[in-house]
Design a protein around this ligand. Structure first.
Ligand code: ADP
Ligand code: ADP
Length: 228
C-alpha cells in the first residue's frame, strides 16, 4: 500500500490545450479515490500519468513521498485494471492470474504461485473456471480474472479505468459490491475512474470531480450528497 501525491499536475498534448490542468490531490495510504466527470474531462489521462503510461508535462507525482515522474511503469508497482481486460487469450484463467507472478520468478515458487492464484480465485469465485480460456468466459468472469491478476501482484495501489463499463446492469451491481467488499477487506489504495454517478457515490472514500481538466471539488460521497 502506498500514498499517492499529485502536486499541480498538468498534461498538454500536442495541441497545447491542457487535458489536465493544475490538479493537486493527496491520496492517503489505503484510500479509495474516485475520479469522476464527463467524457473528455481528463480522467484517463490522469490515471495514465499515475501509472506511467503518459508523460507528465509539469507538476510532481509522488508515491510514498518519493518523486516518480520519470520512473518506468514497471518500477512503480501499481496494478492497472482495464475495461478491456487485457487478458491473454491463449492462456488459461490460472495462467492469466499467475502471469505477473511468473515475471517475478525469482520471488515465487510453483507452490506459492499455486496458493496465491487459488486464494485469489476463491475470493473472486473463479475456482471452477481456472482451466478455461478467456474466450469461453462471460464479461463479468473476464473482469474478475483481470482483478485476480491485480490481487496476486500485491501492488502498492490499484488503478481502475472504467472497469465495469462493458457489463450489463445486473453484473455491474454485483461487481460494484464485490469491489467495495474487497476494498474494505484489503484496504488497498485505489484510484478508480468512472463516469457513473452510482459507482462514484457508493465505492469511494472520496470523490474527485473533474471538469475540462480542472479539479472542481473533492469530498466524501456524503459531503457531495448533502450539498445543495
Ligand atoms: P476522459 O478519460 O475523462 O474521457 P481523456 O483523459 O481521455 O478524458 O481526455 C482528456 C482530453 O485530452 C480530451 O480533450 C481528449 O480529446 C484529449 N486527449 C486524450 N488523449 C489524447 C492524445 N493521445 N492526444 C491528444 N489529445 C488527447
Ligand atoms: P510486458 O508487459 O510485455 O512485460 P510492457 O512494456 O507492456 O511489457 O510492460 C512492462 C512492465 O510495465 C510490465 O511488466 C508492468 O509491470 C508494467 N506495466 C505496463 N503497463 C502497465 C499498466 N497498464 N499498469 C501497470 N503496470 C504496467
Amino acid at each position: 500500500m502506498a500514498a499517492i501525491t499529485l502536486q499541480n499536475i498538468v498534461k498538454k498534448y500536442d495541441d497545447g490545450f491542457p487535458a489536465v490542468n493544475d490538479v493537486s490531490i493527496d491520496i492517503e495510504d489505503g484510500e479509495f479515490i474516485i475520479l469522476v466527470g464527463p467524457s473528455g474531462c481528463g480522467k484517463s489521462t490522469l490515471l495514465r500519468m499515475i501509472v506511467g503510461l503518459e508523460d507528465i508535462t509539469s507538476g510532481e507525482l509522488k508515491i510514498d513521498g518519493k518523486r516518480v515522474n520519470e520512473l518506468a511503469p514497471r518500477d512503480r508497482n501499481l496494478a492497472m485494471v482495464f475495461q478491456n481486460y487485457a487478458l491473454y487469450p491463449h492462456l488459461t484463467v490460472f495462467e492469466n492470474i499467475a502471469f505477473p507472478l511468473r515475471l517475478n520468478k525469482a520471488k515465487f515458487s510453483e507452490e506459492e504461485i499455486k496458493k496465491l492464484v487459488t486464494d485469489a480465485a476463491k475470493r473472486l469465485e473463479l475456482t471452477d473456471h481456472l482451466d478455461r480460456k478467456p474466450g469461453n468466459l462471460s464479461g463479468g468472469q473476464r473482469q474478475r480474472v483481470a482483478m485476480g491478476r491485480a490481487i496476486v501482484r500485491q501492488a502498492d495501489a490499484f488503478l481502475f479505468d472504467e472497469p465495469l463499463s462493458n457489463l450489463d446492469a445486473k453484473l455491474r451491481g454485483q461487481m460494484r459490491s464485490e469491489i467495495s467488499q474487497m476494498q474494505r477487506r484489503l484496504g488497498i489504495t485505489s484510484v478508480y475512474v468512472t463516469h457513473d454517478q452510482t459507482e462514484a457515490m457508493t465505492l469511494g472514500d472520496r470523490v474527485a470531480v473533474l471538469k475540462k481538466g480542472v479539479l472542481q471539488q473533492i469530498a466524501s460521497p456524503r459531503e457531495l450528497y448533502e450539498q445543495p
